[in-house]
Write a protein that binds this ligand. Structure first.
Ligand code: TYD
Length: 208
């Protein structure tokens, strides 16, 4: 199963992925938890370049580098793990480029989708969890933890466009997306995620 986690800043994706991975591993499942940009040596270098940059790169530069790192990630990490039968839990994937570089920066969404096809060979998640939280609350959490990166420091209206894109996309494709209320307490969010994952696993085994 290939599960991606998406959401605005400060929605708690990385905390939840670690908790869910522990749960699955304690039930004897093989799990690969990974993130974008990142997950490979090249991807982590791209992360440093993009998130640590002092000046904003051109939006297209951001889109190409995020997507280039993804191609490497799919080939070197995600596909081999899926072939071994592991669960892959990925913190951000294609939808982040559509949300941030498309809705956020204003790049053409169709052109971005074509680029994703090139990078991933069409590999789509079995399920995508939207960890939904009000933009202001997420940003406060981030700033409280002193963890902001260059993109976190974008305007509130940028982050609102990102969040609105996620909600619209989740509503458009309820087959793939599940919306999780990420403002709840940590344990409740983990329980909701595990319940959704169990559902998709059962559906897939019936289909096979
Ligand atoms: P990170 O510190 O991992 O933030 P978060 O915990 O919110 O995921 O930084 C990732 C940042 O990169 C985040 O601001 C979203 C952005 N991003 C894009 O703009 N496009 C992309 O394709 C990806 C994968 C991430």
């Amino acid at each position: 199963m290939f599960i991606t986690f998406e959401g605005p800043e400060g929605s708690g994706k990385s905390t939840q992925i670690a908790r869910v991975a522990d749960q699955l591993q304690s039930r004897g499942q093989a799990v690969v938890a990974t993130r974008e940009p990142g997950g490979t040596v090249l991807g982590e270098a791209v992360r440093g370049l993009l998130l640590g940059a002092e000046h904003d790169p051109a939006p297209a530069t951001e889109a190409y580098l995020m997507t280039g790192a993804r191609a490497e990630h799919v080939r070197a990490v995600i596909l081999p793990a899926l072939e071994r039968g592991a669960w892959v839990l990925c913190d951000r994937y294609v939808d982040s480029t559509l949300a941030y570089q498309g809705a956020g920066r204003g790049l053409d969404l169709e052109a971005l989708r074509d680029l994703q096809q090139l990078a991933t060979g069409g590999l789509a998640p079995d399920m995508t969890l939207l960890l939904d939280i009000a933009v202001s609350e997420g940003l406060n959490r981030r700033r409280g933890a002193g963890e902001e990166n260059r993109i976190d420091n974008e305007t509130v209206s940028f982050h609102e466009r990102v969040a609105a894109w996620y909600r619209a996309e989740a509503a458009r494709d309820p087959q793939r997306w599940r919306i999780i209320d990420a403002a709840q307490r940590i344990e409740r969010v983990t329980a909701d995620i595990l319940a959704q994952m169990q559902g998709v696993d059962e559906l897939k085994s019936i289909a096979v």
